[in-house]
Ligand binder design. Structure first.
Ligand code: FES
Length: 106
């Protein structure tokens, strides 16, 4: 089964299996990754599911939608690699993706 490697807000590494079509948020929550609040439940309206993708994956995922890009401006210290976990749909091609959870969501 493909997996994502999360580095959570406590710097713990967690291997999270996923099924194609899952969101990054779903994979994180299912694996018990710490530090993602997801207060709006995946509705792209809270920016508390802020994560950063490993730079080696630049250009390999679809870019954020306009709505996601707008919400990312409300995230704490966003970077060019920031995403909202609820908006990233995973495929088998994402097997091995490394994702850092934001140190804080507020
Ligand atoms: S869960 Fe609220 S924006 Fe992702």
């Amino acid at each position: 089964m493909p997996h994502i490697l999360f580095i959570d807000s406590n710097e713990a590494e967690i291997e999270a299996p996923f099924t194609s079509g899952d969101t990054l948020l779903h994979a994180a929550q299912h694996a018990g990754v710490e530090g993602i609040l997801a207060e709006c439940g995946g509705g792209c309206s809270c920016a508390t599911c802020h994560v950063m993708l490993n730079t080696s994956w630049d250009g390999q995922l679809d870019p954020p939608s306009d709505q996601e890009a707008d919400m990312l401006t409300f995230a704490v210290e966003p970077t060019p690699h920031s995403r909202l976990a609820c908006q990233v749909i995973l495929t088998d091609a994402h097997d091995g993706l490394r994702v850092q959870v934001a140190k804080r969501q507020y």
